[in-house]
Design a binder for this molecule. Structure first.
Ligand code: THG
Length: 348
């Protein structure tokens, strides 16, 4: 509140700040400087016990057999039909302890139910962990000035557990932007303001300011939002996550039979970008609008944003695989139809 937050959204049954009142300033700070985000809503589902490794491989259709302690991986979690349930980042803390850093859907219930149904010796819980993201080209200098130069050697998604002024944290190279940066996983919620102020002070020389997972940057960069760009039928192949699915994982991985079938038949839809006509920020609220080609519906526009760098309205299209980059389409919105052109993702 002290930072002037003026908009929030709900995510994982919690409130996430979404604006501090200056969207364009917040965007350029991320692109050119450094921004700090309260993303405590990215809850951790912890799997702990002798069967934690087995459970995580049953939940995630990505081969985790070579995942090392201290390593993170982006893993699709699917149901038995191969439909995406969540797209967490997995953090391997120990041979018998993993975190699933989840997007907006309840994986605690799911993991607990699968563990009990399979008779596994593992405890599923939601520990007191709240990530704080530091993102942008100057993030590395800020985080190194707090924790030391070792953070510069962290590989993407790798992390190390440490502490700062008695505050227990894990520092990871990760975050929901393509501008580079870190996430500091706070392991004691009562010290949130203390940690925030440490980062804020260390960031002063670099012009740090508050922000949030930035909608414009993530669309430009082609990052998927589970639940925003996916519906109740979306499988990982449809939303460019096929590279995170390993079809050779053991047969007891939830959904793997369905995913093998979908891979063999070929998915029906794919995710492309769409650049809309016009060079004024769109006022209409786009969300899952019909996309038509030659007068027939071919799919949906799952998000749309004004791109500050492209000076165009852009969005993601979840469309029939018969639609290809370069195709002209029409998007149906409340204010009337608007023309657009399909393209590959990412935009930038
Ligand atoms: N941070 C943490 N947890 C999270 C998110 C986060 N959980 C949910 C959600 N966000 C997960 N979504 C993503 C999606 C993409 C990436 C990170 C989180 C990402 N992707 C890179 C890319 O697409 O180029 C690289 C992925 C790879 O190739 O392995 O970074 O933000 N804690």
């Amino acid at each position: 509140m002290a930072e002037g937050v003026c908009a929030m959204t709900t995510y994982n049954l919690m409130l996430m700040p979404t604006s501090y009142g200056h969207p364009e300033e917040e965007y350029w700070r991320l692109i050119e400087g450094v921004s700090m985000w309260d993303v405590a809503v990215e809850r951790q589902v912890q799997l702990k016990g002798p069967d934690a490794g087995r459970l995580v491989q049953i939940l995630a259709a990505r081969d985790l057999s070579k995942c090392k302690i201290g390593q993170g991986k982006y893993v699709p979690i699917c149901n038995h039909h191969g439909v995406l349930l969540n797209d967490p980042i997995l953090l391997k803390r120990a041979e018998d302890c993993y975190w699933l850093s989840i997007a907006d859907s309840n994986i605690w219930f799911w993991a607990e139910a699968i563990a009990r149904e399979r008779g596994l010796d593992v405890e599923v819980s939601e520990p007191d962990v709240s990530p704080l993201a530091v993102q942008g080209p100057k993030a590395e200098n800020v985080v190194a000035s707090i924790f030391g130069d070792w953070v510069r050697d962290l590989k993407y998604f790798w992390f190390r557990e440490t502490e700062i002024n008695g505050i227990p944290v894990a520092v990871a190279r990760s975050g929901w932007s393509k501008q580079g940066g870190f996430e500091i996983y706070l392991m004691d919620g009562s010290k949130g303001t203390k940690l925030w102020n440490i980062v804020k002070e260390a960031g002063q020389p670099y012009g740090i300011g508050p922000g949030n997972p930035n909608w414009c940057e993530r669309v430009e960069s082609g990052l998927v939002a589970y639940g925003g760009d996916t519906d109740g039928q979306t499988n990982p192949f449809e939303v460019r996550m096929g590279k995170y699915v390993d079809l050779h994982v053991p047969d007891d991985t939830v959904g793997i039979q369905a995913l093998r079938r979908i891979a063999a038949d070929g998915p029906k839809r794919h995710q492309l970008g769409v650049v809309l006509e016009g060079s004024e920020p769109a006022k209409a609220d786009f969300r899952w609008n019909d996309i038509e080609k030659d007068g027939k519906k071919i799919g949906d526009l799952t998000n749309c944003t004004w791109s500050f760098r492209m000076r165009k309205n852009i969005g993601f299209a979840l469309v029939s695989v018969t639609a290809l980059p370069g195709d002209m389409v029409v998007v149906q919105r409340g204010a009337g139809p608007v023309e657009g052109t399909l393209c590959d993702l990412p935009f930038l």
